[in-house]
Design a protein around this ligand. Structure first.
Ligand code: ZN
Length: 170
């Protein structure tokens, strides 16, 4: 799977719900987990690999969680911390999020699961759910800083595109 970087339009898509869970959906989750490990991320949402369905994977070091149609049902407390994103390379943003959350989702067998999370796991899940709603970390920046970061990301993305097209020719 190819990692998409901002401002790739797919990163602004509001994803649709996954209607059935079968072998195809399990394969998508497996490929997403593989992509997350290859890029050394702690989480990955479907839009980051160009899909606009509600899939996300997270692993902050204590096990892989595969989520389909996740929703946050409860949140408590507030915490501000710096975050990075695989899709916004080189950008870090201070983001205020809930300290503790309860999230509901379908697992890869289509079973309803409920998970209580805090700390980094809670933050990673909230970050991935943002992606599924078309929200990116740069949206938390002051408008002036956001414009600068967008310009930098655009330039990096077009350099990357040129490199890729050159590679294809040879
Ligand atoms: Zn991200």
């Amino acid at each position: 799977m190819n990692l998409r970087t901002y401002p790739d339009p797919v990163l602004r898509h509001k994803t649709g719900r996954v209607e059935t869970v079968g072998p195809e959906e399990r394969a998508i989750l497996d490929k997403m987990a593989e992509t997350m490990y290859l890029t050394q991320g702690v989480g990955l949402a479907a839009t980051q690999v160009g899909l606009d369905r509600q899939f996300a994977v997270v692993n902050v070091g204590d096990g892989l969680i595969k989520m389909i149609n996740p929703i946050i049902t409860k949140q408590e407390g507030k915490e501000t911390q710096e975050e990075g994103c695989l899709s916004s390379p080189g950008v870090t943003v201070k983001v205020t999020r809930a300290r503790r959350i309860t999230v509901q989702f379908l697992n890869e067998n289509g079973e309803v699961c409920e998970l209580k999370a805090d700390g980094l796991l809670a933050r990673a899940i909230q970050h991935e759910l943002d992606h599924l709603a078309g929200v990116n970390i740069i949206d938390y920046l002051h408008p002036l800083k956001r414009a600068l970061a967008t310009r930098r990301l655009k330039a990096a993305r077009s350099r990357q595109a040129k490199k890729t097209s050159r590679r294809k020719k040879t």
